[in-house]
Structure formats: structure tokens, C-alpha cells
Design a protein around this ligand. Structure first.
Ligand code: PMT
Length: 399
């Protein structure tokens, strides 16, 4: 099945169920991922969400009526059907699935289903008894025979109070299954754990020691692995970033919490990529109350944090390890010494400091491994992440 990519055109059909509110977030996430989105709603869907909401999110007119003279003078529905690289109907109600299965075309969206040559997916949403009814089961089987991809539904508590299958998948899950293949890609079938962002080490309840990491590089790395088919767990320190679609994100504050989260999610991991700027030391005695200003000097005693990367690398049957080296001088020399002292497979070294590395959109990396090296010149962190994981794939496969 061809996956959607940035730049593709997605026609999002919204039918009349309570889950229609989730489709607003769905449209937003697709747009964020670079997909062009146009929305078509059934009349019933407009009872749940106002078309203006989708119009504001997509910047495109939302179509509802098949007999809309302004658009149909030039056979607008056929033009719309041709425009789409993918037709996704989410939520798809029991009624709408039935109409699709039987080829009815009595409104704009059902007409588009018949007229659209592109791949069609549905994300069903309905009460558990409706989903399990023989009539629905037959309709869904028929749609699968017609080549329709069925996403979900999920199990769980429903708006009506019943529990079981019938909930529409979460928006991020739908984006992930349409955009990120788990059957193809450099890391298909692999599990990757990534750390990102800074850690905060408490001095007292209101103060902490930290650094300037924004999480941009680590998040770009996690997204690049996911785009290449990996199952990704992203352990992130405190950053101001949206959840990347299709990625399990674990938020932590301190180095100790990051250490625990990494080891909790490490079993089964094939690659560990440590991009977080983890504090090497933490205050030995964080104070339960705010420190008072007493005297001219204040001495803070610091103790060493666990080195997460080095401990993962020391595992006898551990994953491939990619570390980062943030240096203000002697980039290659210091990075090579970290590669050896931490016992890792690969290190991506970057110069940091004034106007370099932290919190910027662009970066450059010198990548080192035991018997080789590569220069990745200044470019966006997203592109850098893609180039870096290609190097990981080459070295990982070689192992
Ligand atoms: O987040 P951004 O604003 O986009 O900035 C990106 C970045 C500059 C933070 C990133 O490119 C980077 O260099 N990350 C590593 C920062 C760092 O802590 O480097 P280090 O040289 O101190 O640590 C070496 C390696 O050991 C790193 O992979 C680090 O994650 C890991 N480490 C360090 C200490 C520790 N206690 N545990 C660790 O796992």
C-alpha cells in the first residue's frame, strides 16, 4: 500500500458521529506533516462540527452539498476526486459504511467515493453493538474486498457508556498508519529509543540546574526513525514541543527519571539514540524549602548522575548505540575519546556555544565510528536527522 507523503493531497471525508471532533485534530496533524488537506462533510457531520472549524484549520472551503452551484458548474466533485492522492473517511459511521458497501451515491461524499480513483481508507466509529452487528460485519468485509483500507476501530469506553470495539482511532494513530510504513523503510520492524531535550536537576522547589537544549534535534531524529518504519519511544526532558505523530513520548524532568524511563522501554530495542543534553551532575541535597539568601557565598555540592548512554552501551546484548558529543573545542578529539570511553558504536559531534548547536533550526555534525567518519554540513535539523539515520542504518546492518 502506498503511503501518504508531505506534498500529497488528502481528501478528508467527515461523517456524522460524535468522533467528528477528533477529525479537526486529524486535519491539523496532516497539515503539520506537510500534506494538503481538503474536507468534505456529510450533512449529518455538520451537526457535530461546524464546517468553519475545518475551513479555519485547512484554509480551504469545506464542501457539503453535491448540488452546490458555485462548484458544480464545472463538475466540481469530479475535479475533487481527481485531485486526491488519498480519500480518508474519518469518522466513518455504520450508515456511511453501508452506503459505501452498496455503492449508493446520494450525497457529495458518497459520490466522491465512487468517483475517486485513489486509495480509500475508513476509520470507523460507532457503538460496539452496531460495529458487531452482522449487517456491519458484511459491509466491512465487502469494503475490504473493494480495496478499502480499514483503520481500527479501537477498543475502549465509548461516549454512550458501552465498552468494546467501536471508538475511532486517535488522530496521531491514523496519521501514523497512513504516513509511516511499518512494512517498508530502513528501520522497518525495528524498535528505537531516543532521548531528547535537557534535564532539570532540582536545587530547591523553585530552582534547578539545566541547559539550553530545545529538543529540536532529538525530536527530528525520532521523526526520521519513525518515517523509516521504526517503532519509536521518545524519552524527552522538559521542552516546548508538540507530540510527534505515531511516536510514543515519555516526558521526564531529571536525569534519574530519564535513566529509569530509558531502561523501562529498552527491552527489545535495536537502536538507542542519545540526543538529550543530560546533566552530568545534580545537587547532592535538593532542599525541600526555597533556599534563603544568607551571606556572600553559597556552595552547592553536586553528585554525579548515572551515564545513561554508557550504561546502555555496557549491556552484553544491548542495542546499537548512537551518542552525541556537544563540544566547545577540539571537536573530533573530544568526540573520539567519548566514543571510546562510553564504548558506543557511533557518535555525532557538534560544536555548541555562541550561535551553534542548541535551540537553532540548523546544525552541522561530524559523525565518527570505529573505522570511519562522515561530515554532515550545516542544514536543517530535520534533514540532518535523515542523513544521520542513513549512516546508522549502514553501520547497524554491517554489525
Ligand atoms: O536540543 P537542541 O536545542 O536541538 O540541541 C541539540 C543538541 C546540541 C543538544 C544535540 O545536538 C547534542 O549535542 N546532544 C548531546 C548533548 C550532550 O549532553 O552531550 P555530552 O557530550 O555532554 O554527552 C555525550 C553523550 O552522552 C550524549 O549522547 C548524551 O545524551 C549522553 N549522556 C550524557 C550524560 C549522561 N549522564 N547520560 C547520557 O546519556
Amino acid at each position: 500500500m502506498k503511503h501518504l507523503e508531505a506534498g500529497n493531497n488528502l481528501l478528508l471525508g467527515v461523517t456524522g458521529g460524535i468522533a467528528a471532533y477528533k477529525s479537526v485534530e486529524l486535519a491539523r496533524l496532516f497539515i503539520k506533516a506537510g500534506v494538503n488537506v481538503r474536507v468534505v462533510m456529510t450533512e449529518a457531520a455538520t451537526r457535530f462540527v461546524n464546517p468553519i472549524t475545518f475551513q479555519a484549520i485547512t484554509g480551504e472551503t469545506v464542501r457539503v452539498d453535491l448540488f452546490d452551484q458555485a462548484h458544480e458548474a464545472a463538475m466540481g466533485h469530479i475535479e475533487l476526486a481527481r485531485w486526491a492522492d488519498h480519500l480518508l473517511i474519518a469518522p466513518a459511521t455504520g450508515d456511511f459504511l453501508a452506503r459505501m458497501a452498496h455503492g449508493l451515491a446520494d450525497d457529495l461524499l458518497s459520490t466522491l467515493y465512487l468517483a475517486c480513483p485513489a486509495q480509500v481508507s475508513v476509520a470507523p466509529a460507532m457503538n460496539v453493538h452496531m460495529w458487531e452487528h452482522d449487517a456491519t460485519r458484511r459491509n466491512v468485509s465487502r469494503l475490504i474486498e473493494q480495496g478499502v483500507q480499514v483503520l481500527g476501530p479501537a477498543l475502549g469506553e465509548q461516549a454512550c457508556g458501552d465498552t468494546g470495539p467501536g471508538r475511532m482511532l486517535e488522530a496521531a494513530e491514523i496519521v501514523s498508519s497512513l504516513m509511516y510504513s511499518s512494512e517498508a523503510g530502513l528501520f522497518a520492524g525495528r524498535k528505537v529509543v531516543v532521548t531528547a531535550g535537557p534535564t532539570r536537576e532540582a536545587v530547591d522547589p523553585v530552582r534547578f540546574i539545566s541547559n539550553r537544549s530545545s529538543g529540536k534535534m532529538g525530536f527530528a531524529l525520532a521523526e526520521a526513525f519513525a518515517a523509516e518504519g521504526a517503532e519509536v519511544v521518545l524519552v524527552s526532558g522538559p521542552v516546548n514541543r508538540d507530540d510527534p505523530p505515531g511516536i510514543q513520548r515519555i516526558d521526564v524532568i531529571s536525569a534519574q527519571q530519564m535513566y529509569e524511563a530509558v531502561f523501562k522501554h529498552l527491552p527489545g530495542a535495536d537502536v538507542f539514540a542519545a540526543c538529550a543534553a543530560v546533566a552530568d551532575y545534580r545537587p547532592a541535597n535538593p532542599q525541600p524549602q526555597k533556599l534563603k539568601k544568607n551571606g556572600e557565598h553559597l556552595e552547592l555540592k553536586l553528585v554525579k548522575n548515572p551515564d545513561i548512554l554508557a550504561e546502555v552501551a555496557a549491556l552484553s546484548d544491548g542495542p546499537f548505540t548512537l551518542g552525541f558529543a556537544a563540544e566547545t573545542q577540539k571537536l573530533v578529539e573530544n568526540a573520539r575519546s567519548k566514543l571510546t570511553s562510553k564504548g558506543i558504536d557511533m557518535i555525532a559531534a557538534n560544536l555548541v556555544g555562541k550561535g551553534r548547536g542548541f535551540d537553532l533550526e540548523d546544525n552541522a555534525l561530524k559523525v565518527l565510528w570505529s573505522d570511519g567518519e562522515a561530515d554532515l554540513p550545516m542544514q536543517s535539523k530535520k534533514n540532518l536527522a535523515r542523513a544521520l539515520i542513513s549512516l546508522v542504518a549502514e553501520q547497524y546492518v554491517r554489525e
